[in-house]
Design a protein around this ligand. Structure first.
Ligand code: PRP
Length: 172
């Protein structure tokens, strides 16, 4: 039997998302901001986050897939969907559900910088440390964990469980 160990309740998520949105609103109040959600996992987090912002914001999405995360390979990343908005002179924040090895984010930051963004920040629901391979500076973190396979609130196992309103550690 699979076991679902609660990590973040609905209330905890709502509180942290509102706090992080407030921080972003303060930090970017004088700048043109674009939030970029990374599909698919970030779609719920992004949807809640933007509704707590008190500054103007544009929204776009990217999709990347990384190879070899579960092996010791170097972890190449393939871009599946690029942004559609013009990023020139815009300040962007990447919105991720989870940072694990850091390989995906390191690639996305470089890609967005080379697309002309004035600055690239990172906002993650979960910062998971244990398997980090590439150092990435995460500017806004809702919750940090060392390890564990997490599902819910956008995070999946084999595409299931994204719809759970809480975050769980899934023990198979
Ligand atoms: C997850 C997550 C990040 C990436 C993080 O995406 O959304 O994009 O993995 O892993 P990393 O730090 O080891 O690179 P996934 O490929 O599982 O796709 P999904 O968002 O569609 O679930």
């Amino acid at each position: 039997m699979s076991e679902f160990i609660p990590i973040l309740t609905r209330e905890e998520i709502e509180k942290r998302v509102a706090e992080v949105a407030q921080e972003i609103s303060n930090d970017y109040r004088d700048r043109d901001l674009i939030l970029i959600g990374i599909l698919k996992g970030a779609f719920i987090f992004l949807a809640d986050l933007i509704r707590h912002l008190s500054i103007p914001v544009q929204v776009d999405f990217m999709c990347a897939s990384s190879y070899g995360r579960s092996t010791s390979s170097s972890g190449r990343v393939k871009l599946i969907k690029d942004v559609e908005l013009d990023l020139k002179s815009k300040h962007v924040i990447i919105v991720e559900d989870i940072v694990d090895t850091g390989v995906t984010l390191a690639y996305l930051v470089e890609h967005l910088k080379s697309s002309g963004a004035a600055s690239v920040g990172i906002c993650a629901l979960i910062d998971k440390h244990e398997r980090r391979k590439v150092e990435v500076e995460v500017d806004y973190i809702c919750h940090a964990v060392d390890k564990g396979f997490l599902v819910g609130y956008g995070l999946d196992y084999a595409e299931f469980y994204r719809n759970l309103p809480e975050v769980y550690h899934l023990k198979l």
